[in-house]
Write a protein that binds this ligand. Structure first.
Ligand code: HEM
Ligand SMILES: *[C@@H]1O[C@H](CO)[C@@H](O)[C@H](O)[C@H]1NC(C)=O
Length: 364
């Protein structure tokens, strides 16, 4: 008992020492008189972040604008090719906004036009203070901090204006084969584990375009929370579709009202990706860390990071996951018998079935 107390005291001292030294990090007052920063170059971001939260994300919500903004970080950044060189796109360079008239013609950018226009209009209020490439990644990082359970993403400042549009076919489509999807990501510098980690983003997602008979159908039962349910629910045997019929790029899903992309269905069952997929079930911490690492890489595709300044300090601390979402569970009515096990080395864990409310889960 005494020993335990002693250990506890030592631990507390260690924590308070840590706090003190953190507080001693020199901070520079920003010209706005409100904020302080460790790097003065980051000061310009505070008014943008504050206004994003207040006006663009409706007071810090994890809603549609956040979901679309996170998707946009990907559609801009993946416009890059190790094999094609400069003609393959500049990566996370804002080309999707600067050359909107060209890139919005590409089929895989279906449904992205609204957010590109809304962000461009918002950014125009700040008169060239930061580039579109910076803004797209900033909006994604700030936005996702509103989603309980999300990790705090890195944000680096200083991407120059894109000088050319990305070519067509850099953004994977949901009806592409797993071979094609993994090859496209590899050509942009991402391995198959990183692909699966990035798909944690589909935990805060809905589809408007893929299935016009089910507009707004979510990818999991908790689209407002960055949790592991997406990885659970895509592994369940598909039995139905949310709309009237199955559309191109869609696979059957397990839950009523839920949409499943063909690409997600296949990546969850492919020998190259299934083990990583299943490893995220009931492992919020691993999912958060791997997603944060992969997003840090995505946000600087094609950029020389030695020219960028770390302004991660402007990104708000994400909201914690509510206790009810901390562990994966089967939706009401589902059990391990409904799982299509696809990896022996990281077997899908035994999960409790959520007793659920007496009425069916309301999907958005
Ligand atoms: C295998 C690669 C991927 C494919 C084929 C894919 C495909 C799609 C499709 C078809 C939609 C729905 C579009 C609609 O009908 O409105 C969607 C939504 C979304 N995707 Fe992906 N995606 C991929 C990877 C990613 C990555 C890497 C990210 C981000 C890191 C991402 C983030 C999102 C988000 C947040 C949404 C929801 C948007 C909303 O709710 O409005 N996706 N994706
Ligand atoms: C990037 O483009 C914007 C909008 O055209 C412009 O205001 C800004 O000065 C440009 N930045 C650089 C570094 O050229």
């Amino acid at each position: 008992m005494l020993l335990k107390n002693l250990k506890l005291q030592v631990a507390l001292v260690a924590i308070s020492v840590g706090r003190t030294s953190a507080a001693l990090t020199r901070r520079i007052p920003c010209p706005d008189g409100v904020h302080t920063a460790t790097n003065a170059a980051c000061c310009v971001l505070f008014p943008i972040v504050d206004s994003l939260q207040e006006n663009f994300f409706e007071g810090g919500q994890c809603g549609e604008e956040v979901h679309e903004s996170v998707r946009l970080t990907f559609h801009d950044a993946i416009g890059f090719s190790l094999s094609e060189g400069p003609s393959g796109g500049g990566g996370a360079d804002g080309s999707i906004m600067i050359f909107e008239d060209i890139e919005m013609q590409y089929p895989a950018n279906g449904g992205v036009d609204d957010i590109v226009r809304a962000q461009a209009q918002f950014l125009s209020q700040f008169g060239g203070v930061i580039s579109p490439g910076d803004f797209i990644q900033l909006a994604g990082a700030v936005g996702i901090s509103n989603c309980p359970g999300a990790p705090r993403l890195q944000f680096l400042l200083g991407r120059p204006n894109a000088t050319a549009p990305a070519p067509d076919n850099t953004v994977p489509a949901p009806f592409d084969s797993t071979d094609a999807i993994l090859a496209r990501f590899a050509d942009a510098g991402f391995n198959s584990d990183e692909v699966v980690a990035l798909l944690a983003s589909h935990s805060i997602a809905a589809a408007k375009d893929i299935d016009p008979s089910a507009p707004g159908a979510p990818f999991d039962s908790t689209p407002g929370v960055f949790d592991t349910q997406f990885f659970v629910e895509v592994q369940l045997r598909g039995v139905q579709v949310p709309g009237t019929t199955i559309y191109r790029g869609e696979a059957e899903s397990a839950l009523q009202g839920e949409i499943r992309l063909q690409s997600d269905a296949e990546l969850a069952r492919d020998a190259r990706t299934a083990c990583t997929w299943q490893s995220y079930v009931n492992n919020q911490g691993k999912m958060m860390k791997d997603f944060a690492d992969a997003m840090a890489k995505l946000a600087v595709v094609g950029q020389d990071t030695s020219n960028l300044i770390d302004c991660s300090e402007v990104i708000p601390e994400p909201k914690p996951l509510p206790a009810a979402n901390c562990h994966s569970s089967f939706p009401p009515g589902f059990t391990n018998a409904d799982v299509e096990q696809a990896c022996a080395s990281t077997p899908f864990p035994y999960l409790p079935t959520d007793p659920g409310p007496s009425t069916p889960v309301a999907l958005v």
